[in-house]
Design a protein around this ligand. Sequence first.
Ligand code: G3I
Length: 510
Amino acid sequence: MDLMKRRSGGRPAGPHALLIGVLALGTTLLGGPAVASPAPTLHELASAQGRYFGSATDNSELSDAAYTAVLGSEFGQITPGNSMKWDTTEPVRGRFDFTKGDVITDFAREHGQSVRGHTLVWHSQLPSWVGALPQAEVEPAMVDHITEEATHYRGEVTAWDVVNEPFNEDGTFRSSPFHDAMGSDYIATALRAAHAADPEAKLYLNDYNIEGLGAKSDAMYALVSELLDEGVPLDGVGMQAHLAVQYGFPYEMRANMQRFADLGLDVAVTELDVRMQLPADTAKLATQSTYYQRVVEACLAVRRCVGVTVWDWTDKYSWVPSTFPGQGAANLYDESLLPKPALAAVRTALGEEDDGGGSGGTTLKALYRNNDSAVRDNQIKPGLQLVNTGGAAVSLQDVTVRYWFTGENGASTYSTWCDWSPLGCSTVTSRVAGSDPAAAGADHFLEVGFRSGSLAPGASTGEIQLRLNKTDWSNFDESDDYSRTGATSYADATKIAVYVDGELAWGVEP
Ligand code: G3I
């Protein structure tokens, strides 16, 4: 992390900065109020948490001005998607060409970004001459390649994916010209050669499907443990994180990251994207948002997780459709470079403050209907609905709602009931507590919470029918109750408060 270059002060205010700023204020691009200050970039948000936020890119994309405006302003780190791979940098043995990679490092320097070098040794995108070498020639060719490339990029690249994708899905070593010639020793040899060429660069092993606990990540864990025991130079493990909404979220991602961190290694999310079967729809985009959000949250929860890199930021330049026909929409922005719900989810996960008074960029509202026609009887019966008006899914476990009332004389203990909810009353929690300090019409409040569930953008909890009474069943006088109205159909209720993670997201407290 300490090697990652920091932005020095302000960032270029590209068209994207305006777009995000406007979105953050919940207005439209045209005719909205003037934007006071642009919202922080993804990288600024991540930096505030001691992490970087980066993106893959490629040479052909850099002629797209709308694309580079965002790439250069929103991200603090870039990874060349192809231009530092062996087939590009040494297409013929001993003939090195770093032209394309240099374009990427130049872009990064001009925009104050760090660069992850990707990748020195990989079975794919390997020129055919490597596979045709006699076995005894593979090691010297590999060491030469690493030495030339890592030396060339010394000082330009802060971290290298030295070996990419060494494992099969079952955790056995993948066969490759390198493994075939040297067995698994090729990995230590590659790391030592990279360290000799660039002692400052952080050296990583990088793979996919090692984000969660499982056979493949166990194999990586065993490998890196052995390498560390042998004193081989190794700084981190890269988890690619090419996820898909149709598959489950990686099992215990945070715990998996933590076990690598506990070995003294850094962890990086190196190639994050979340694909889906096309066409995209609201539900799939909502699931995608939660996947992105959970990856970022996992990284932030592990001190040694140094940052997150998305495998390009727009669907326009995604690798997915050509590799998985019928799938796509995997990135944070759509093909027109417009933000998708997942972007708001990532910003929320990175701790974005919501200028609109909400919590962490979350926008929820409470609707209320009075289900009790009697102002003076022994029960209070509020009907509530919560609606997610933001662009990111909200985990209901983080949400609480408060309805204020007066207890009058009689028992100071209460019973609360959920009579009906489409979520199932077993997921709804409720309790009464005294207000401290008490305010007019509000010496007590009913607090409602949720044991599980999530609310997709635009979704509603549906009606939650609540009821409360004093344990001595004495009467209330609801006429002065702070949160009560006479509404007989659901309407926005500004005197009912909604909190996300304990922060006020909707309503006015008494
Ligand atoms: O540059 C040629 C172009 O001249 C030609 O006309 C065109 C026709 O197919 O191909 C172009 O090359 C393509 C190259 O990307 C550059 O766009 C290759 O076909 C294509 O196979 C290659 O795909 C790359 C893929 O790695 C190859 O495995 C993706 O862009 C790149 O994003 C992807 O990245 C990998 C990581 O390195 C490792 N982890 C998985 C990740 C996704 O596959």
